[in-house]
Design a protein around this ligand. Structure first.
Ligand SMILES: *Cc1c(COP(=O)(O)O)cnc(C)c1O
Length: 371
């Protein structure tokens, strides 16, 4: 049985005719940068996420940087982010001279713990950046309450949770701004790099759009310092097709997650992902917790079962942010880094594959020998 962590080819074959036609249309039009296909995708994405505006950019990391730039975040400013996330969330701020201040996570959801966020607020704080990790929304109400109390922006890093909800609101629609990544393995994945910024503020939309295109609204008139960060038309055409399938893809992920839950239900040593009552988890990753992870990982590697560790080292322990000498202590973040294990999760996963994965995980976790 050929089990993969993510099966992009299998998903492509499912929608091949539509994708091939969309790509052929772009090639035929030879309109490769910006243009009507990109605009159409931006409108569809805004509609789907219930943000007023969507702006296509080159990737999710640029989306974060441009959002920070549009908000005027710069040298000496602090942003509060989780340490338990992908480096881009903090890196994009640090690149602008801002200081990422790392808050701890809620152990159930792996997302920002609002109490820890509050303890990180200083007079230099400019923004809170919750990450909707693994496909589940952070607890946004207390975060937005803190933000309005202290006059801070909220930027949702929605790279992993497009299609997710919080109290019936789509992830990406609640912050001052939000960012998406269309990296191929993300829930809405392009066939190359891509990203987007979401906002409902017209001034932030104008500012962001200028920054993506050399800081100008009109050719050869540059108003602010910008970048070249555009979503290309081929990727937009592919994403337009895939966005139409996103709801059914999400349901496939949720069905697979429910099946994993049922397979692991009676095993005390395995902690399954917790679905918070406030919204829809879209399972970018299916992440369990186990105590003896190293042994389990070795056994799974030997058994040919793919797995991943997101994330093995928290950002505040990365060499670039002080490494081992960083005095910050984030107990839940550090425990999560030691315990998490991601199992294969994608739209093409079959029940038979899941049964084999679960059998191996359970065998090696409980040290039972099955025939
Ligand atoms: C993937 C990801 C990003 C970066 O997106 P790219 O498109 O790879 O630049 C940022 N934040 C999080 C949480 C991510 O998972």
């Amino acid at each position: 049985m050929n089990i993969q962590m993510v099966d992009l080819r299998g998903q492509y074959l499912r929608i091949k005719d539509e994708i091939d036609a969309a790509v052929a249309q772009v090639l035929d039009s030879s309109h490769f940068i910006r243009g009507p296909v990109v605009s159409r995708f931006e409108v569809a994405l805004a509609e789907y996420t219930k943000a007023e505006y969507a702006i296509g950019v080159a990737n999710g990391t640029d989306a974060l940087q441009i959002a920070y730039m549009a908000l005027g975040i710069g040298p000496g400013d602090e942003i509060i982010t989780p340490s338990f996330t992908f480096i881009a969330t903090a890196e994009a701020a640090a690149l602008l001279g801002a200081v990422p201040v790392f808050a701890d996570i809620d152990p159930d959801t792996f997302c920002l713990d609002p109490a820890s966020v509050e303890a990180c607020i200083t007079p230099r704080t400019r923004a809170i950046v919750p990450v909707h990790l693994f496909g589940q929304s952070a607890d946004m109400d207390p975060i937005t309450a803190l933000a309005s109390q202290h006059n801070l922006a909220v930027i949702e890093d929605n790279a992993q949770a497009i299609g997710g909800t919080y109290k019936d609101m789509p992830t990406g629609s609640m912050g001052t701004m939000a960012t998406c990544s269309f990296f191929p393995s993300k829930n809405l994945g392009a066939y190359g790099d891509g990203g987007a910024i979401l906002t409902s503020d017209p001034e932030l939309e104008t500012q962001s759009r200028m920054i993506t295109n050399h800081g100008g609204r009109h050719k050869y008139r540059n108003e602010v310092i910008g970048l070249n960060s555009r979503l290309d038309a081929l990727q937009a055409a592919i994403l337009e097709v895939k966005l139409r399938h996103l709801e059914s893809f999400t349901e496939r992920r949720r069905t697979a997650a429910a099946y994993y839950h049922s397979l692991f239900e009676d095993v005390d040593e395995i902690v399954c992902p917790h679905e918070a009552p406030w919204g829809r988890h879209v399972y970018h990753q299916y992440v369990i917790r186990v105590k003896k992870r190293e042994e389990l990982v070795n056994s799974l590697s030997q058994a040919g079962i793919p797995h991943g560790i997101y994330y093995p080292v928290p950002l505040h322990r990365q060499p670039v942010f002080g490494g081992e000498s960083n005095q910050k202590v984030l107990p839940e973040t550090e425990r999560a880094c030691d315990e998490v294990l991601a199992l294969p999760m994608h739209t093409e996963l079959t029940p038979a594959q899941q049964e084999l994965i679960a059998e191996k995980v359970i065998d090696h976790t409980t040290h039972l020998i099955y025939a």
